[in-house]
Design a binder for this molecule. Structure first.
Ligand code: KIV
Length: 261
């Protein structure tokens, strides 16, 4: 997969599949699956570091995770998230952070929102950096949105998301994440745009879907919003494996001679 193939998939009406990934071992597993692309999301601040939101993610953190994913991901397409405020400074500082992420191993960057980002997006795409947009519930705006709430529920807010989506396409984004907006609005935007939309909590009609690795594998039982489906019972499986190991050591059944030098 490359950034041009995203567009082709939309034309062919083939769904795009994306999952977050933050580390080498998970990237190795994902590299052996048919998933289309990996997002090194700034959700790493929460899933990997235990922060309560994504505002604590830094460019150093994102580069560290991107480089680890790159080493394990084989030929999977990797999108790296630009963290909170990293692209709201001077053009040269913004470009320098995008450069760090690309040189750490991303094939594209993602950033949140449209207003104030358009000329930077245009500059990046003109400089060889594919950019993925992100609208709707944009977690880096948690304090202006007043919490993790579904966006686009009023006509005014839906209109703003529609207009922002068109502007991001115009600025050169190759794809757009739509997070937590009503099914109908996501459908309308998907039909309006020639670039693909990738939904999370945005219903059935987007051109693709993204979920957080820990969520889709059922690793984190404390977090189960409506849009998450556990496709595996990861938490239980991990615990079973650990308990089997503990029991086995205590019973003197592990290691056996075959495990010894
Ligand atoms: O950081 C992230 O995991 C994301 C996805 C929720 C789209 O941006």
């Amino acid at each position: 997969m490359n950034s041009l193939e995203f567009y082709q998939k939309k034309v062919n009406q083939e769904k795009i599949t994306m999952v977050t990934c933050y580390d080498y071992t998970s990237a190795r597993i994902l590299s052996g699956t048919s998933i289309d692309c990996l997002l090194v999301g700034d959700s790493a601040a929460m899933t990997m570091h235990g922060f309560k939101d994504t505002l604590s993610a830094t460019i150093e953190m994102m580069c560290f995770h991107t480089a680890a994913v790159r080493r394990g991901a084989g030929n999977k397409f990797i999108i790296g998230d630009l963290p909170f405020l990293s692209y709201r400074k001077s053009l040269s500082k913004n470009v320098s952070d995008a450069q760090k992420l690309m040189q750490a191993g991303a094939h594209a960057v993602k950033l949140e929102g449209a207003t104030g980002n358009l000329s930077f997006i245009h500059h990046l795409t003109e400089s060889g950096v594919p950019v993925m947009g992100h609208l709707g519930l944009t977690p880096q705006f948690i304090h202006t949105l007043g919490g993790y709430k579904v966006q686009g529920k009023t006509e005014e807010s839906a209109k703003r998301i529609r207009e922002d989506a068109l502007q991001l396409q115009e600025a050169g984004c190759f794809a757009l994440v739509l997070e937590c907006i009503p099914n109908t609005i996501a459908k309308e935007i998907t039909q309006l745009l020639s670039i693909p939309t990738i939904g999370i909590g945005a219903g059935l009609f987007t051109d693709g879907q993204v979920l957080v690795f820990q969520d889709l594998l059922g690793l984190n039982l404390d977090f189960k919003p409506k849009f998450v489906k556990f496709f595996a019972n990861g938490h239980e499986q991990f615990k079973k494996g650990i308990e089997a190991y503990v029991d086995s050591v205590k019973a003197g059944e592990f290691p056996q001679h075959e495990h010894c030098h």
